[in-house]
Design a protein around this ligand. Structure first.
Ligand code: MG
Length: 348
């Protein structure tokens, strides 16, 4: 019998196959408005958004954040990208015997600060301690529930002014012909920050993780309206995100290399390591698809938020091609394939 590999947890194509083979097959996966089978960022059940995520990042503390920030921001963002307003989170911790109490205090402080920033509360939880060799330091799982955003009805009405739209929630399958794609800021910072701090890599860089809750930025976009899909480019980065959208929405996607925001230190670190910045994970960025008539308004609104100051239009969806294509700096064309594994494992 085959054994589970790191690639199957890496967020790329292997993980999708793995989930289909091991998880969906055994479960009733069609329950809800956006069911488990959609493999979207959160499920929508009776008008409630519900999601869960486990955090196994290594190291636990890194430039710009720690596992506490991630465990709140990641779950908040998975609710927010569905058009939900996050209400409450659970927090379950599995702690290795011998773990430093001071570190745990710091991590709990981060959890509390990040929850306040996002306006959510941790309302239930669990702690377990296991023997030294049973695991590695600390793992956290958070689940979150969210209610329909107060701006979502307006947002969907705005989409329907311009075209037929059968969805009541933005989702991975709802990207339509002509939709304009907006990145909320520079990509690749989180993955590179983690790598720079990891044993064995240890290179000098000023890059900090972007880990942050995005629910307020997303609310600003929904208030304008016309948003059809949103997603956070976490594991597998932008490449994975665009391929998931292209696949689930049955649409082609074209992006322009010169419009994709990437900070210079991230570019040079990726060059040095031989990894593609488009495949590196982010924890404080969102890609938004919006009806062309609304895209400029959404972009403007996103830019009013400090975490969206460097937002850019990066491309559009089109029936004209299949898959994901990038117009390069040199005027060429490059197919963007979904990453098979992950250039940076255990980034979240
Ligand atoms: Mg997500």
């Amino acid at each position: 019998m085959a054994k589970i590999t790191m690639a199957q947890g890496a967020g790329g194509e292997r993980m999708q196959e793995f989930i289909r083979e091991f998880v969906l097959k055994e479960l009733d996966h069609d329950f809800g408005e956006i069911p488990l089978a959609a493999l979207d960022d959160a499920a929508i059940i009776d008008g409630i958004a519900f999601t869960t995520d486990s955090y196994t990042v290594k190291p636990l503390f890194f430039p710009g954040g720690d596992i506490g920030v991630l465990s709140v921001a990641g779950t908040v963002n998975d609710l927010a990208v569905m058009g939900a307003t996050p209400i409450a989170l659970s927090c379950a911790m599995i702690i290795q015997e011998g773990f430093p109490g001071d570190d745990l205090h710091k991590i709990m402080k981060s959890i509390s600060t990040t929850a306040k920033k996002a306006g959510v509360r941790i309302v239930t939880g669990d702690t377990k301690v296991v023997e030294k060799n049973a695991m590695d330091g600390l793992f956290i799982n958070t689940s979150g529930v969210g209610k329909r955003s107060e701006y979502l009805d307006h947002n969907i009405r705005e989409v329907r002014r311009f075209r037929k739209f059968k969805w009541d929630w933005p989702n991975d399958s709802a990207v339509g012909d002509g939709d304009v794609l907006i990145a909320s800021g520079p990509l690749g910072n989180h993955g590179v920050a983690i790598l720079s701090f990891r044993e064995g890599y240890g290179f000098e860089t000023t890059v900090k993780s972007d880990a942050a809750p995005l629910n307020r930025l997303i609310a600003a976009g929904l208030k304008v309206g016309g948003i059809t899909a949103m997603k956070d480019p976490t594991r597998g980065g932008l490449s994975n995100l665009l391929n998931e959208w292209a696949d689930k929405s049955g649409i082609g996607i074209v992006v322009r290399e010169e419009d994709i925001p990437i900070d210079d230190p991230v570019l040079s670190a990726c060059e040095m390591l031989g990894i593609d910045p488009l495949e590196v994970g982010n924890e404080g960025k969102v890609i938004i698809a919006a009806a062309p008539e609304d895209a400029d308004g959404v972009l403007k609104a996103v830019r009013t938020r400090p975490e969206g100051r460097k937002a850019q239009i990066i491309g559009h969806a089109t029936k004209g091609i299949r898959g994901v294509m990038m117009e390069t700096h040199t005027g060429g064309k490059r197919i963007i394939e979904p990453p098979v594994g992950d250039p940076v494992p255990r980034i979240c």
